[in-house]
Design a binder for this molecule. Structure first.
Ligand SMILES: *[C@@H]1O[C@H](CO)[C@@H](O)[C@H](O)[C@H]1NC(C)=O
Ligand SMILES: *[C@@H]1O[C@H](CO)[C@@H](O)[C@H](O)[C@H]1NC(C)=O
Ligand SMILES: *[C@@H]1O[C@H](CO)[C@@H](O)[C@H](O)[C@H]1NC(C)=O
Ligand SMILES: *[C@@H]1O[C@H](CO)[C@@H](O)[C@H](O)[C@H]1NC(C)=O
Ligand SMILES: *[C@@H]1O[C@H](CO)[C@@H](O)[C@H](O)[C@H]1NC(C)=O
Length: 453
C-alpha cells in the first residue's frame, strides 16, 4: 500500500514538473539546457502565487548547485533584470521579436532559479488586491520561504542540492532575510534545506551607514559641491525613514541643481534617451524606501539603451506568456519591470540587515558582498561603511583581483565574509561587467578567494 502511494506521489510530481517545462520561447535560439516556469501557491487563503523561471545549467545540471536570484526595488522583477539583462542565458533583441545568447550567463556554473517576489511583482499575483498595499520585508521573506519549500516538493531532484541565494540592490534585504527564514525552518525540519551561502551586490544593508556612504560618494565623485555636502552632513539625520523638510530640500537641491542628467546607477554611462532625445524615466521604481521621495527621481535615466523597454514588450506578448505558463488567471494589469504600487506602499523594512549577516556567519554560511564602484545609488562607500560595523578580522588583506589579465576590482577576505568591488561596474554589475561578474560567481561557488593574477 505504502509503496503504491509513493509511486502515485512521484507520478504526480513528474506531471507537475512536466507541465512547467518550457518547450521553446518565441524567437529563442536552440539550447541544450532545460527550462521550466510557472506558479507556486504560497498562500491559499489570500490566493497568492509566485512566478518562477528555472534555466538549468548548460552541462551536468544534476551535479551543479541551485542559485535563487532576486532583484530589488522593492517591486522589481528578476525576470526583467536578473534573467534578461544580467545573469540569465538570454538577452532580448531590439525589436523584442527574439532572444540571443548571453556569453557570460551564470548557468554555465549553476542552475538558475529566477523568482518574482513578492506577489504583485511581474507575473506573481495575489487574488486579494489589498495585498499590494501592505506588503513589506516580512511578508516577502515568509512567502519566499513557502515558495522554496513547495518548489522543492515539485522538483524533488533539487532537494538535497547545494542552494545559494543571490541578488542586488533592495534584494540586499530579501536575500539575507530569506536565508534567515530557511535557517529557522531548518531548525525544526525533518528534511532541512541545503542552504550553503548568500551573495549580494550593491545591496541595501543599513539605513544609516548606507545614507552616510551615499552622500560621501556623491561628494568624493564630484557630483555635489563642498557646501551641499557639508549641509547634508550637518542637517540630515540619516537614521530616520522620513527626513526633515530641511534635509529633503537639500537632497532636492543636490539632485536638481548639481547632479545634472546623469545615470545615477552608472555615473559614467550615457543616459538612456526617449525618441525625442529627452531623458527616459525607466529606473523610477528602483527608488529605495528610505530615500526622500523626490520628483527628480522620476526623470532618472536608465542604462544601456533602455533594455527594460524590450522586456516590457517581450513579456507582454501573449505567445511569450503562453510559452512561460504565465498570467494563467488573466491578471488585470500589464507586466512591468517594476511595480510602482508595491514600491509606493511598502509596509515594513529592516533598518539594518547586519544582525542577520552575523547570524548567517554564525551558522557557517558563506557570505559574499560585492559592489560595482560607479553606482551612486547604493555605492561602494555605503557598503564599506556598513560592513565596517561588523568589525571582522581580516583573513586576506586587500588586493586587486584579476580577470583576463586586467584588474577586475579589489577584494578583502574577512573571517566569515568576503568583500569584492567590481571596477567600472554600475548598479547592475553583471550587466555592465559580465565577464568580471561571472568570475565573481565562479569564485563564490568554488568557495575560493578571487584570482590574484
Ligand atoms: C486566484 O483566482 C483565480 C480565479 O478564481 C483562480 O483560478 C486561482 O487559482 C487563484 N489563485 C490562487 C493562488 O489561489
Ligand atoms: C530579433 O530576433 C528575431 C527572431 O530571431 C529576428 O527575426 C530579428 O531579426 C531580430 N532583430 C534584431 C534587431 O536583432
Ligand atoms: C542620448 O542622446 C545624447 C545626445 O543626443 C547622445 O550623445 C547619447 O549617446 C544618447 N544616449 C544613448 C544611450 O543613446
Ligand atoms: C494578463 O493577460 C491579460 C489578458 O490577456 C492582459 O490584459 C494583462 O495585461 C496580462 N497581465 C500580465 C501581468 O501579464
Ligand atoms: C506592517 O508593518 C508592521 C510593522 O511596521 C507589522 O507589524 C505588520 O505586521 C506589517 N503588516 C504586514 C501585512 O506584514
Amino acid at each position: 500500500m505504502a509503496a503504491m502511494v509513493i509511486v502515485i506521489v512521484r507520478a504526480n510530481q513528474e506531471e507537475e514538473e512536466e507541465a512547467d517545462r518550457i518547450v521553446e520561447l518565441p524567437g529563442q535560439p536552440t539550447v541544450s539546457f532545460r527550462q521550466f516556469s510557472g506558479y507556486v501557491t504560497v498562500n491559499r487563503v489570500a490566493g497568492r502565487a509566485l512566478f518562477y523561471w528555472l534555466t538549468e545549467a548548460t552541462q551536468n545540471p544534476f551535479r551543479k548547485p541551485l542559485l535563487i536570484w532576486l532583484n530589488g526595488g522593492p517591486g522589481c522583477s528578476s525576470v526583467a533584470y536578473g534573467a534578461s539583462e544580467e545573469i540569465g542565458p538570454f538577452r532580448i533583441n531590439k525589436t523584442a521579436s527574439g532572444l540571443y545568447l548571453n556569453k557570460f550567463s551564470w548557468n554555465t556554473v549553476a542552475n538558475l532559479l529566477f523568482l518574482e517576489a513578492p506577489a504583485g511583482v511581474g507575473f506573481s499575483y495575489s487574488n486579494r488586491s489589498s495585498d499590494l498595499l501592505d506588503t513589506g520585508d516580512r511578508r516577502t521573506a515568509k512567502d519566499s520561504l513557502e515558495f522554496v519549500i513547495r518548489w522543492l516538493e515539485r522538483f524533488p531532484r533539487y532537494k538535497n542540492r547545494e542552494l545559494y541565494i543571490s541578488g542586488e540592490s533592495y534584494a540586499g534585504h530579501y536575500v539575507p532575510q530569506l536565508a534567515q527564514q530557511i535557517i529557522m525552518y531548518n531548525a525544526k525540519a525533518k528534511h532541512p534545506i541545503n542552504l550553503k551561502g548568500i551573495m549580494v551586490g550593491n545591496a541595501v544593508t543599513d539605513n544609516y551607514y548606507d545614507n552616510l556612504g551615499t552622500v560621501t560618494y556623491w561628494w568624493s565623485h564630484a557630483m555635489i559641491s563642498d557646501q551641499t555636502y557639508r549641509q547634508l552632513m550637518s542637517t540630515c539625520d540619516f537614521h530616520r525613514q522620513k527626513e526633515s523638510d530641511e534635509c529633503e530640500s537639500l537632497y532636492s537641491y543636490a539632485m536638481d541643481q548639481e547632479f545634472g542628467n546623469i545615470d545615477q546607477y552608472n555615473i559614467y554611462a550615457p543616459p538612456c534617451n526617449n525618441s525625442d532625445g529627452s531623458a527616459a524615466a525607466t529606473r523610477r521604481s528602483m527608488r529605495l524606501p528610505h530615500r526622500p521621495r523626490h520628483p527628480s527621481l522620476r526623470q532618472m535615466a536608465g542604462y544601456d539603451p533602455c533594455t527594460e523597454k524590450y522586456a516590457e514588450i517581450y513579456y507582454n506578448r501573449p505567445d511569450v506568456q503562453k510559452a512561460l505558463h504565465a498570467n494563467t488567471t488573466t491578471i488585470s494589469y500589464k507586466w512591468t519591470a517594476c511595480s510602482e504600487v508595491l514600491n509606493r506602499n511598502w509596509n515594513d523594512t529592516d533598518v539594518s540587515v547586519l544582525p542577520i549577516y552575523r547570524e548567517l556567519m554564525a551558522h557557517g554560511m558563506r557570505v559574499w558582498v560585492f559592489s560595482g564602484d560607479v553606482d551612486s545609488v547604493v555605492p561602494v562607500t555605503a557598503t564599506r561603511y556598513s560592513l565596517a560595523q561588523l568589525k571582522l578580522a581580516t583573513k586576506i588583506p586587500w588586493y586587486p583581483w584579476y580577470v583576463k589579465n586586467q584588474v577586475g576590482g579589489w577584494t578583502e577576505v574577512y573571517e566569515g565574509l568576503t568583500f569584492a568591488t567590481v571596477r567600472g561596474a554600475g548598479h547592475e554589475v553583471p550587466l555592465f561587467k559580465p565577464r568580471a561578474a561571472l568570475q565573481l560567481f565562479k569564485s563564490f561557488i568554488a568557495g575560493k578567494p578571487l584570482p590574484k593574477s
